[in-house]
Design a protein around this ligand. Structure first.
Ligand SMILES: [Fe+2]
Length: 132
């Protein structure tokens, strides 16, 4: 497993952490599909699942923030919105023959951006929820 929810990435909010674990599993599935060296069509289920899961998870986090009147909601939400768009753009560029080295590089650095968002912003959200 290249992407796992290590201790330092846990926010302390059980629901959010569980969703992050599933998110990483979806990323792993996509990376495995990429690594098989097959065409794009064989990756399609993993792509679809990841895009859907990201949408679902971000929407859930935004709902939690709305309900708890989280003061950083606007900034957090705009990260989510931009993230979803870039993720879609990256996967849309994958040609039918399968991902190029450039595609894989873009995908990996976009996932790294999510890991760092979890480490900073999602932890901040969880800290806020704890002291409510
Ligand atoms: Fe988030």
């Amino acid at each position: 497993m290249r992407y796992t929810l290590t201790k330092d990435l846990e926010t302390g909010n059980a629901i959010i952490d569980q969703e992050h674990r599933e998110l990483f599993q979806a990323v792993e599935r996509l990376m495995d599909a990429c690594g098989k060296g097959q065409g794009r069509s064989s990756m399609e289920p993993a792509i679809r699942f990841l895009l859907d899961y990201v949408d679902k998870h971000f929407a859930h986090e935004e709902r939690i923030q709305q309900e708890s009147r989280y003061p950083n909601l606007t900034a957090h939400k705009s990260f989510h919105t931009a993230y979803k768009k870039t993720l879609r753009d990256i996967v849309a560029q994958i040609p039918p023959s399968g991902p190029t080295v450039t595609d894989l590089g873009k995908l990996n650095s976009h996932i790294a951006a999510l890991v760092s968002h979890i480490r900073t912003e999602d932890k901040r959200l969880s800290g806020y929820l704890k002291q409510k």
